[in-house]
Design a protein around this ligand. Sequence first.
Ligand SMILES: Cc1cc2nc3c(=O)[nH]c(=O)nc-3n(C[C@H](O)[C@H](O)[C@H](O)COP(=O)(O)O)c2cc1C
Length: 402
Amino acid sequence: MIAGKKIVLVVTGGIAAYKTLILARLLIKAHAEVRVVMTHAATEFVTPKTFSVLTQHDVLTDLFSDQTQADISHIELADWADYMLVVPATANFMAKMVQGIADDAASSVVIARHTPIAIAPAMNLNMYQNPAVVRNLEQLKADGVHIIEPVVGDLAEGYQGKGRLPEPEDLYAQIEVLMERDLGTPVLTGKRVLISAGGTKEAIDPVRYIANRSSGKMGYALAQAAVQAGAQVDLVSTVQLPAPMFTNVIAVETADQMLAAMQAHFEQADIVIMAAAVADYRVANPANQKIKKDPDQKGLTLNLVENPDILAQLGAKKTHQYLVGFAAETQNLLEHAQAKLIKKQADLLIANDVSNHDIAFGSDNNEVTLLSKNDAPKHLPLTDKLTLSHQILEIIAAQMEE
Ligand SMILES: Cc1cc2nc3c(=O)[nH]c(=O)nc-3n(C[C@H](O)[C@H](O)[C@H](O)COP(=O)(O)O)c2cc1C
């Protein structure tokens, strides 16, 4: 979605402005056309020259001066754009956006826009928590401005807090999602998608647990693809990966917690995808204290009990939901998956062969076969998990139309 798009990149006067140079490079590498506008304060942190060399275009910094004037005016630039970004966005610039103040080139371009816009606020923690800034952020959201949230981390002042501009690669990933949603032809607009991701963790004692090799990457890729396709996403997750915007992440650990979270969000969901790897068994009585090695005993026996079958329980109570399960198998893949489809009352079963380490668990790529009640099995060949997720969601959207 970024390729071929005309992006106006507004840089304002924050310490993080140096990261915008790398962001500009990433956008250009993705074949976007980038034009930069800078506030006067921004030029104190990075030079227009650097942006102009990177983008191969003049940088607009001044509304009036002929000397620094770019080859295009602020109105022409606003008309030219497909998308606008403000990175970083200072507290001052956000206040100006809220009030509609247009007293320099950057604020004039922004106020003359007809495109979607995303801003990435970055500032000191105390500035970020100031009631005026909080109020302005709320107003900007209400005005339809996308906010790319700052992250918690080391601030320029030498302490930690929320206010740090995300790294350029993370900014890029968020921008990709936003542009796909705003400029693409989303197939899941208005739909609510509930996804589970990651492997469950079942406590043995306070420091040890039984886990599995699921990385959560497939669930997160599905969440990102669903957001890009226009959906609102609830993601029940056992892992801590960066979640795409518009995703409501519900953190869980155990199968019981996952079941409760899935049930809590099930009613309002249109599509439910169980991509998590749920442990079949858990320890019957996890120890309250760390289990010590007993020199008199040769081994340790754990008594396991069965976990709830989340997919089957959701299948039994579904009304309007389109229910999708995953079958991770190491042998007789399609046979087991077909049986699971029927038994769990799923609408679609995504079968993947986890005996192949080049794909599935932990890998960035996957190859799957889709099984549904009425259609013949459909093989989706090896590709990255995000592309695969888009393919899967397109098939789901088409089947829901039928
Ligand atoms: C060293 C230094 C670092 C600054 N960093 C930030 C910052 O990260 N975020 C912010 O909102 N303002 C920051 N400021 C304050 C802005 O530069 C100041 O509010 C300025 O008027 C913003 O102008 P602009 O919004 O037109 O770019 C910083 C100022 C200085 C001197």
